[in-house]
Design a protein around this ligand. Structure first.
Ligand code: FES
Length: 155
């Protein structure tokens, strides 16, 4: 009689132990999968201004442009002359390819479908339906004999 009661107690303990173990295992597998599929919304910090290097940046001098990060958005910084730098969204308004600058043609060009923009960001050729978003460029000099820092901000 006492052995039967002890066996029932062991069985109940084993049932409880196996059920909670399997439940814990399933939760530990399914919870991360559920968070991956449906991540929590985290608002992105607003970026209003970024430093884009110095005016003597080798990439800028060699190619006449460079792509910088403005928060999570790519921005194309174009060097028209020593003192004339311009910045636009680098995302083509047609199908979101990244544009580049053709210095010899003085055109911002999208190689996906041969879209073209002028140096004001206006769409002037190919399929892009809208102009590129324009950013402001400021040069801040720390000393007269040193290259200025390029600061890009929203207009
Ligand atoms: S994505 Fe730029 S022209 Fe089509």
């Amino acid at each position: 009689m006492a052995e039967a009661a002890t066996d029932r107690g062991r069985r109940r303990f084993l049932d409880w132990f196996l059920t909670t173990s399997v439940g814990g295992l399933l939760v530990s597998i399914l919870y991360p999968v559920a968070r991956f599929i449906n991540p929590p919304e985290v608002p992105e910090a607003a970026t209003n201004q970024v430093e884009a290097g110095a005016t003597n940046d080798p990439e800028l001098l060699e190619k006449g442009y460079k792509i910088i990060r403005f928060g999570s958005d790519p921005v194309i910084l174009v060097r028209v002359s020593n003192t004339d730098l311009r910045a636009f969204s680098a995302t083509c308004t047609h199908l979101d390819c990244i544009v580049e600058y053709q210095r010899d043609r003085e055109r911002i060009w999208c190689n996906c479908h041969n879209g073209e923009y002028d140096l004001s960001g206006r769409n002037v050729g190919g399929p892009p339906p809208r102009p590129l978003q324009v950013f402001q460029v400021h040069l801040t000099a720390t000393a007269p004999d040193r290259p200025a820092t390029i600061v890009v901000s929203r207009t």
